[in-house]
Design a binder for this molecule. Sequence first.
Ligand code: PEP
Length: 244
Amino acid sequence: MRIPLVAANWKMNGNKAFAERFFSDFDLQAIAAQVVVCPPFPYIPLVAQVAENKERLSVGAQNLSQESSGAYTGEVSAEMLLDWNVRYVIVGHSERRSLYGETSELVARKFVAAQKAGLIPILCVGETLQEREQGRTLEVVASQLKAVGDITESDAWEGSVVAYEPVWAIGTGKTATPEEAQDVHQFIRGELGDVGNKVQILYGGSVKSANADALFAQADIDGALVGGASLDANEFAAICRAVG
Ligand code: PEP
Protein backbone atom coordinates (compact mmCIF):
# COMPACT_ATOMS: atom_id res chain seq x y z
CA MET A 1 0.00 0.00 0.00
CA ARG A 2 1.26 3.46 -0.86
CA ILE A 3 0.97 6.03 1.92
CA PRO A 4 -0.44 9.34 0.64
CA LEU A 5 2.05 12.19 0.65
CA VAL A 6 1.56 15.94 0.33
CA ALA A 7 4.57 18.22 -0.07
CA ALA A 8 4.62 22.00 0.29
CA ASN A 9 6.99 23.92 -1.96
CA TRP A 10 7.26 27.41 -0.52
CA LYS A 11 9.67 28.42 -3.30
CA MET A 12 11.41 31.75 -2.48
CA ASN A 13 8.54 33.03 -0.36
CA GLY A 14 8.06 33.89 3.28
CA ASN A 15 10.43 34.84 6.06
CA LYS A 16 11.08 33.70 9.63
CA ALA A 17 7.87 35.26 10.95
CA PHE A 18 5.88 33.61 8.14
CA ALA A 19 7.35 30.18 8.94
CA GLU A 20 6.57 30.54 12.64
CA ARG A 21 3.03 31.71 11.95
CA PHE A 22 2.48 28.90 9.44
CA PHE A 23 3.13 26.25 12.08
CA SER A 24 1.08 27.96 14.76
CA ASP A 25 -1.85 27.83 12.28
CA PHE A 26 -1.14 24.44 10.69
CA ASP A 27 -3.13 21.68 12.35
CA LEU A 28 -1.68 18.19 11.86
CA GLN A 29 -4.68 16.63 13.61
CA ALA A 30 -6.97 14.69 11.29
CA ILE A 31 -4.21 14.46 8.66
CA ALA A 32 -3.42 10.86 7.80
CA ALA A 33 -1.00 11.67 4.97
CA GLN A 34 2.75 12.10 5.24
CA VAL A 35 3.41 15.84 5.07
CA VAL A 36 6.65 17.38 3.81
CA VAL A 37 7.38 21.10 4.03
CA CYS A 38 10.13 22.43 1.74
CA PRO A 39 11.05 25.96 2.82
CA PRO A 40 13.87 28.12 1.45
CA PHE A 41 17.26 26.90 2.81
CA PRO A 42 17.60 29.41 5.69
CA TYR A 43 14.35 28.21 7.28
CA ILE A 44 15.17 24.51 7.14
CA PRO A 45 16.38 24.41 10.77
CA LEU A 46 13.17 26.09 11.91
CA VAL A 47 10.96 23.59 10.07
CA ALA A 48 13.20 20.70 11.19
CA GLN A 49 12.69 21.73 14.78
CA VAL A 50 8.90 21.79 14.38
CA ALA A 51 9.01 18.38 12.64
CA GLU A 52 11.15 16.77 15.35
CA ASN A 53 9.36 13.77 16.89
CA LYS A 54 6.37 14.24 14.57
CA GLU A 55 6.04 11.03 12.64
CA ARG A 56 3.89 12.47 9.88
CA LEU A 57 5.76 15.74 9.33
CA SER A 58 9.15 16.00 7.60
CA VAL A 59 11.32 18.77 6.29
CA GLY A 60 12.37 18.85 2.66
CA ALA A 61 14.69 21.01 0.56
CA GLN A 62 13.91 22.55 -2.81
CA ASN A 63 17.24 21.75 -4.44
CA LEU A 64 20.70 20.30 -3.80
CA SER A 65 24.07 20.08 -5.49
CA GLN A 66 25.06 17.06 -7.51
CA GLU A 67 28.52 17.38 -5.92
CA SER A 68 29.36 16.30 -2.39
CA SER A 69 31.80 19.10 -1.45
CA GLY A 70 34.32 21.50 -2.92
CA ALA A 71 34.64 24.85 -4.64
CA TYR A 72 31.00 25.26 -5.69
CA THR A 73 30.03 28.71 -4.42
CA GLY A 74 26.41 29.01 -3.44
CA GLU A 75 25.69 25.30 -3.58
CA VAL A 76 24.38 23.02 -0.81
CA SER A 77 25.24 19.33 -0.64
CA ALA A 78 23.10 16.37 0.36
CA GLU A 79 25.26 15.78 3.45
CA MET A 80 24.68 19.37 4.60
CA LEU A 81 20.93 18.86 4.27
CA LEU A 82 21.15 15.65 6.28
CA ASP A 83 22.89 17.58 9.06
CA TRP A 84 19.61 19.45 9.50
CA ASN A 85 17.44 16.34 9.42
CA VAL A 86 16.18 16.99 5.92
CA ARG A 87 14.47 13.85 4.65
CA TYR A 88 13.22 14.78 1.16
CA VAL A 89 14.61 16.96 -1.61
CA ILE A 90 12.91 18.24 -4.75
CA VAL A 91 14.99 17.67 -7.89
CA GLY A 92 14.24 18.90 -11.38
CA HIS A 93 11.47 21.35 -10.54
CA SER A 94 10.41 23.00 -13.81
CA GLU A 95 11.55 26.39 -12.49
CA ARG A 96 15.06 24.96 -11.98
CA ARG A 97 14.95 23.44 -15.46
CA SER A 98 13.68 26.58 -17.22
CA LEU A 99 15.23 29.43 -15.18
CA TYR A 100 18.55 27.82 -14.24
CA GLY A 101 19.13 25.61 -17.25
CA GLU A 102 19.05 22.31 -15.38
CA THR A 103 19.10 19.53 -17.95
CA SER A 104 17.60 16.09 -17.39
CA GLU A 105 21.17 14.74 -17.14
CA LEU A 106 22.05 17.19 -14.35
CA VAL A 107 18.76 16.47 -12.59
CA ALA A 108 19.59 12.76 -12.74
CA ARG A 109 22.95 13.42 -11.06
CA LYS A 110 21.17 15.35 -8.31
CA PHE A 111 18.76 12.42 -7.89
CA VAL A 112 21.73 10.08 -7.44
CA ALA A 113 23.51 12.45 -5.03
CA ALA A 114 20.37 12.66 -2.89
CA GLN A 115 19.82 8.91 -2.79
CA LYS A 116 23.47 8.12 -2.14
CA ALA A 117 23.33 10.30 0.97
CA GLY A 118 20.05 8.75 2.18
CA LEU A 119 17.68 11.52 1.15
CA ILE A 120 14.45 10.80 -0.71
CA PRO A 121 14.41 12.66 -4.04
CA ILE A 122 11.11 14.05 -5.27
CA LEU A 123 11.76 14.00 -9.02
CA CYS A 124 9.62 16.50 -10.95
CA VAL A 125 8.68 15.72 -14.53
CA GLY A 126 6.20 17.33 -16.87
CA GLU A 127 5.60 18.83 -20.27
CA THR A 128 5.20 22.43 -21.43
CA LEU A 129 1.98 23.64 -23.02
CA GLN A 130 3.58 23.51 -26.46
CA GLU A 131 4.71 19.92 -25.91
CA ARG A 132 1.20 18.93 -24.77
CA GLU A 133 -0.36 20.60 -27.81
CA GLN A 134 2.06 18.73 -30.03
CA GLY A 135 0.91 15.48 -28.44
CA ARG A 136 4.37 14.89 -26.95
CA THR A 137 3.47 14.68 -23.23
CA LEU A 138 4.33 11.01 -22.74
CA GLU A 139 7.48 11.24 -24.86
CA VAL A 140 8.75 14.20 -22.76
CA VAL A 141 7.95 12.56 -19.45
CA ALA A 142 9.53 9.30 -20.59
CA SER A 143 12.75 11.04 -21.55
CA GLN A 144 12.93 12.88 -18.20
CA LEU A 145 12.52 9.54 -16.41
CA LYS A 146 14.97 7.80 -18.70
CA ALA A 147 17.75 10.26 -17.80
CA VAL A 148 17.51 8.97 -14.22
CA GLY A 149 17.00 5.35 -15.30
CA ASP A 150 20.15 5.55 -17.41
CA ILE A 151 22.44 6.20 -14.43
CA THR A 152 20.69 4.20 -11.68
CA GLU A 153 19.81 0.58 -10.95
CA SER A 154 16.21 -0.32 -11.76
CA ASP A 155 15.28 -0.58 -8.07
CA ALA A 156 16.47 3.00 -7.38
CA TRP A 157 12.94 4.25 -8.00
CA GLU A 158 11.81 2.45 -4.86
CA GLY A 159 13.49 4.98 -2.58
CA SER A 160 12.09 7.95 -4.43
CA VAL A 161 8.97 9.99 -5.13
CA VAL A 162 7.94 11.20 -8.59
CA ALA A 163 5.89 14.37 -9.08
CA TYR A 164 4.04 14.86 -12.36
CA GLU A 165 3.84 18.62 -12.81
CA PRO A 166 2.59 19.82 -16.20
CA VAL A 167 4.51 23.08 -16.61
CA TRP A 168 1.43 24.85 -17.99
CA ALA A 169 -0.44 24.14 -14.74
CA ILE A 170 2.19 25.46 -12.32
CA GLY A 171 1.19 28.73 -10.71
CA THR A 172 -1.29 29.46 -13.51
CA GLY A 173 -4.55 28.43 -11.86
CA LYS A 174 -4.99 25.86 -14.68
CA THR A 175 -5.11 22.28 -13.48
CA ALA A 176 -4.95 19.12 -15.55
CA THR A 177 -8.31 17.40 -15.35
CA PRO A 178 -8.23 14.42 -12.97
CA GLU A 179 -8.46 12.13 -16.02
CA GLU A 180 -5.60 13.87 -17.87
CA ALA A 181 -3.44 13.63 -14.76
CA GLN A 182 -4.39 9.98 -14.13
CA ASP A 183 -3.41 9.00 -17.68
CA VAL A 184 0.09 10.40 -17.21
CA HIS A 185 0.43 8.96 -13.69
CA GLN A 186 -0.50 5.52 -14.96
CA PHE A 187 2.05 5.88 -17.75
CA ILE A 188 4.76 6.96 -15.27
CA ARG A 189 4.03 3.97 -13.03
CA GLY A 190 4.48 1.67 -16.00
CA GLU A 191 7.78 3.34 -16.89
CA LEU A 192 9.12 2.72 -13.37
CA GLY A 193 9.10 -1.02 -13.98
CA ASP A 194 8.75 -3.72 -11.34
CA VAL A 195 8.87 -1.34 -8.38
CA GLY A 196 6.38 1.09 -9.93
CA ASN A 197 3.57 -0.01 -7.67
CA LYS A 198 5.54 0.98 -4.59
CA VAL A 199 6.43 4.52 -5.71
CA GLN A 200 4.38 7.50 -4.56
CA ILE A 201 3.49 9.59 -7.62
CA LEU A 202 2.32 13.10 -6.78
CA TYR A 203 0.42 15.54 -8.94
CA GLY A 204 1.46 19.19 -8.97
CA GLY A 205 -0.02 22.20 -10.70
CA SER A 206 -2.44 24.63 -9.07
CA VAL A 207 -3.70 22.09 -6.53
CA LYS A 208 -6.07 23.61 -3.99
CA SER A 209 -8.66 22.25 -1.58
CA ALA A 210 -11.38 22.82 -4.20
CA ASN A 211 -9.83 20.41 -6.73
CA ALA A 212 -7.93 18.06 -4.39
CA ASP A 213 -10.72 15.52 -3.82
CA ALA A 214 -11.23 14.85 -7.53
CA LEU A 215 -7.49 14.51 -8.18
CA PHE A 216 -6.89 12.23 -5.20
CA ALA A 217 -9.80 9.99 -6.24
CA GLN A 218 -7.68 8.81 -9.20
CA ALA A 219 -6.06 5.41 -8.78
CA ASP A 220 -2.49 6.47 -9.51
CA ILE A 221 -2.44 9.88 -7.81
CA ASP A 222 -0.87 9.35 -4.39
CA GLY A 223 -0.74 12.94 -3.24
CA ALA A 224 0.37 16.37 -4.33
CA LEU A 225 3.25 18.78 -4.62
CA VAL A 226 1.72 22.13 -3.74
CA GLY A 227 3.18 25.56 -4.49
CA GLY A 228 0.97 28.64 -4.08
CA ALA A 229 -1.68 27.01 -1.90
CA SER A 230 0.94 25.76 0.55
CA LEU A 231 1.57 29.33 1.70
CA ASP A 232 -1.77 29.32 3.49
CA ALA A 233 -1.62 26.93 6.46
CA ASN A 234 -5.37 26.30 6.56
CA GLU A 235 -5.69 25.75 2.84
CA PHE A 236 -2.66 23.45 2.85
CA ALA A 237 -4.10 21.48 5.78
CA ALA A 238 -7.38 21.09 3.88
CA ILE A 239 -5.47 19.64 0.90
CA CYS A 240 -3.62 17.26 3.23
CA ARG A 241 -6.89 16.11 4.78
CA ALA A 242 -8.38 15.48 1.35
CA VAL A 243 -5.84 12.81 0.51
CA GLY A 244 -5.96 10.84 3.78
C1 PEP B 1 5.00 23.81 -7.78
O1 PEP B 1 5.68 24.80 -7.80
O2 PEP B 1 5.53 22.70 -7.64
C2 PEP B 1 3.57 23.95 -7.94
C3 PEP B 1 2.86 22.88 -8.18
O3 PEP B 1 3.06 25.23 -7.85
P1 PEP B 1 1.50 25.64 -7.83
O4 PEP B 1 0.81 24.73 -6.84
O5 PEP B 1 1.50 27.07 -7.36
O6 PEP B 1 0.99 25.47 -9.19
